[in-house]
Design a protein around this ligand. Structure first.
Ligand code: CP3
Length: 349
C-alpha cells in the first residue's frame, strides 16, 4: 500500500495528471451521518473538538462509510480562538457566537495581547486527535487534511460577534481603522498558523485554508487587506505539506487566491464551471470542486450527469480534486455521497 505521501490527493496537489480525480467532501464529517448524530448526543460541539478520541472517531466515520480518498480533521475554524482563551460557542443551526465582539481599537489591542504561543501550548488535544486518525489510516494510506479559518473569515465572526450576511463590520474596519484591522488580521493569521502546525505535527499530509466569506470583498480590498494575512497563515506550512485555499463566491478574485502562486490548489464553488476556473488559475495550480450541493437532492441521473460534467471540465486543469462547491448540507442522504465516490472511482453503483 502506498503511504499518504504517495496518495492520489497529494499527487494531484503536486500537479500530477491522474487517470481519475481523488474525491473528498467538505463537511463530510457531521450531521448528514446518523453515526455522527449518535456520538454527539450530550456533548457540545467545541467540547467534542477537544476530546481527542471523539474527534478522531468522527473524522474517521465518513472515510469508513464512503471510501473517500482523504479524511478532513473534525474540528472548527474557531477552535484555535477557544484555545487562546477567547469565549466562543457554536450555536446549533446558527454558527460561532462570541461573548464579546471585537469592534474598537481597544478591543483589538486586548485580544491581540494574547500570545499566539498560547494556542500552540494548548493544542495538545489537536495534535493527539490528528495522531490517532493518522495511526488508524496508516493501513490504507489515506491522507489526513488539516485545516484552519483564514483571517478574514474568522474576523467576520469575531467583529460581528456571530454570523452575518455581508460581513459589513469587518469590511468597515479595514477602511475606518486600517491599523487595528491589520493588527487583528495579523494576529488571527498567527493563531490559525499555530492550529495548522498542531495538525501537521500530528501527521496531517495537506492543509486547507477556509476563507469561506472572501467572496464578499472587492478585489481591491482582498488584495490590500486580506491576501497578505492569508499568506502569512499558510507560510509556515509551505515546503512541509501541500496547501489548498478555498472560498465561496470568489470568481472575481480567483486568481488572487493563488496567493502569488504559493498555494498548490484553489477550491472553486459551484458558480463557475471548472474549465473557466482552470483558465483563470493557469497551469501551475490544481483545482478543487465543484459539485453543486443543491444537486445532492436531485434524481440520481441528473446528479450523475452533473458529476461527470464536473470531472470532464476538471480535465482542463493541471490536476483536479473532486469535491463539492461548499459543504455537505446536513439534510443530505449520505447514500448519495457514497454513490458519487463510487462513480468517481469508476465502480458501477
Ligand atoms: O467534515 C469537515 O469538513 C470537518 C469539520 C469542519 C467543521 N467546521 C465541523 C462543524 C470544518 C472544516 C469546519 C469549518 C468551518 N466552520 C467553516 C469553513 C467551512 C465552510 O463551511 O464554509 C466555517 C465558516 C465554520 C463556522 C461554523 N461552524 C458554521 C457556520 C457552523 C454551522 C452552524 C450550524 O449548526 O449550521 C459551524 C458548526 C459546525 N462545524 C458543525 C460541524 C460538524 C455543526 C455542529 C453540530 O454538529 O452541532
Amino acid at each position: 500500500m502506498p503511504g499518504p505521501a504517495d496518495s492520489l490527493l497529494v499527487r494531484a496537489l503536486r500537479g500530477e495528471r491522474l487517470d481519475r480525480p481523488p474525491v473528498w467532501f467538505m463537511r463530510q464529517a457531521g450531521r448528514s451521518l446518523p453515526e455522527y448524530r449518535d456520538l454527539r448526543v450530550g456533548t457540545r460541539m467545541l467540547d467534542a473538538c477537544l476530546e481527542p478520541s471523539l474527534a478522531a472517531e468522527i473524522t474517521l466515520q465518513p472515510v469508513r462509510r464512503h471510501g473517500v480518498d482523504a479524511a478532513i480533521f473534525f474540528s472548527d475554524i474557531v477552535v484555535p480562538l477557544r484555545l487562546a482563551g477567547v469565549e466562543v460557542e457554536i450555536q446549533p443551526g446558527r454558527g460561532p457566537v462570541f461573548a464579546e465582539p471585537v469592534r474598537t481599537a481597544d478591543d483589538v489591542r486586548r485580544i491581540t495581547a494574547i500570545s499566539p504561543d498560547a494556542v500552540a501550548q494548548a493544542a495538545g488535544p489537536i495534535r493527539e486527535a490528528a495522531a490517532l486518525v493518522v495511526a488508524e489510516l496508516a493501513a490504507s494510506g489515506t491522507p489526513l487534511i488539516g485545516f484552519a479559518g483564514a483571517p478574514f473569515t474568522l474576523a467576520a465572526y469575531l467583529i460581528e460577534g456571530g454570523p452575518s450576511k455581508e460581513h459589513l463590520r469587518a469590511r468597515a474596519m479595514m477602511h475606518a481603522d486600517p491599523e487595528s484591522w491589520h493588527r487583528l488580521a495579523g494576529w488571527l493569521a498567527a493563531v490559525s498558523a499555530a492550529f495548522l502546525a498542531a495538525q501537521v505535527e500530528g501527521g496531517a499530509s495537506a492543509v486547507q485554508l477556509f476563507d469561506s466569506w472572501a467572496g464578499s470583498l472587492s478585489p481591491a480590498d482582498y488584495r490590500a487587506f486580506v491576501a497578505p494575512h492569508s499568506l502569512s497563515a499558510l507560510e509556515p506550512m509551505l515546503g512541509s505539506v501541500p496547501t489548498i485555499h478555498f472560498g465561496v463566491g470568489t470568481g472575481p478574485i480567483l486568481a488572487d487566491m493563488r496567493l502569488g502562486g504559493r498555494v498548490d490548489a484553489v477550491g472553486v464553488d459551484w458558480r463557475m464551471p471548472l474549465d473557466e476556473a482552470a483558465a483563470l488559475l493557469g497551469d501551475a495550480t490544481t483545482v478543487q470542486g465543484n459539485i453543486d450541493p443543491a444537486l445532492l437532492q436531485a434524481p440520481w441521473p441528473v446528479l450523475e450527469a452533473h458529476v461527470l460534467d464536473v470531472i470532464e471540465r476538471g480535465r482542463s486543469a493541471r490536476a483536479h480534486i473532486l469535491n463539492l462547491g461548499h459543504g455537505v448540507p446536513p439534510e443530505t442522504d449520505p447514500a448519495v455521497l457514497t454513490r458519487i465516490v463510487a462513480l468517481a472511482h469508476g465502480e458501477t453503483a
